[in-house]
Design a protein around this ligand. Structure first.
Ligand SMILES: [Zn+2]
Length: 243
């Protein structure tokens, strides 16, 4: 097996991820990405997924080349988090309930126009265990249903070694220079840096809209060296190299 080579002769790769389907992503991040000619991966959940007024915006995002992945409908996490609703914690779920909800999630994004042939997944809260004692893993279920899933470890992924069902990413709350520093680390190592955003110029765990825009400009200026592409596209290239 030869050494993994990034498509198009790039030296490194970047993926821009946006979780929960927040209004600021629809209103600010997507227009900025479109203006830059870059494509991101969105994981809407909860109201961001179900709000009927968002459907047309997600369809437009897909038509513009962005990827929509699954992040569940009800965002089940450990009930130790204070935001988890009664009856919707991972402790309350069975494998059947997880499978049913994820299938429903895929049906919804399919209606937006997303391809659900080889979709991508983001574990809500980065947690992949369920059941009363949180001792059962639902990674096997995700492996059965998805091409790849993102985890939460904050490091640069090595395309030759990365576990495609636990792809690391950086949760971003910093300014432009902090984002560039991460991209440069990926460049130095020939690796894959995944940037996880929530709010962009609003909502929660946010970055400033101007900082996000400046970082997109950096990626456009570096595009001969850094391949910026959706999660599924890069995961598919990695998976193909391992066959
Ligand atoms: Zn989330």
């Amino acid at each position: 097996m030869g050494k993994f080579a990034w498509p198009g002769g790039a030296l490194a790769a970047v993926t821009l991820l946006y979780e929960d389907g927040l209004t600021s992503q629809l209103e600010k991040a997507i227009p900025q990405l479109n203006e830059a000619g870059l494509h991101g991966t969105f994981f809407p959940s909860g109201d961001g997924l179900k709000d009927p007024s968002n459907a047309v915006l997600w369809s437009a995002a897909i038509a513009a080349g962005h990827e929509i992945g699954a992040h569940t409908i009800n965002h089940p996490c450990d009930r130790a988090h204070d935001f988890v609703r009664e009856g919707f914690s991972l402790q309350d779920y069975s494998e059947e309930r997880l499978r049913g909800e994820i299938n429903e999630n895929l049906e919804i994004i399919k209606k937006f126009g997303a391809s659900v042939d080889r979709p991508v997944f983001a574990y809500p809260c980065g947690e992949s265990v369920y059941g009363e004692d949180l001792k059962k893993s639902y990674v096997p279920l995700i492996k059965e249903m998805f091409l790849a899933a993102k985890g939460v470890a904050g490091n640069i992924a090595d395309p030759e070694k990365v576990d495609l069902y636990d792809v690391p990413c950086f949760g971003i709350t910093c300014g432009t220079q902090g984002m560039i520093d991460i991209a440069e680390k990926a460049l130095a190592r020939g690796g894959w840096a995944l940037f996880l955003f929530h709010g962009v110029g609003g909502d929660y765990i946010s970055v400033e809209a101007g900082a996000h825009r400046e970082f997109l400009r950096y990626l456009v200026a570096e595009k001969a060296n850094i391949l910026t592409a959706p999660f599924g596209k890069i995961s598919a290239a990695i998976e193909k190299s391992r066959r």
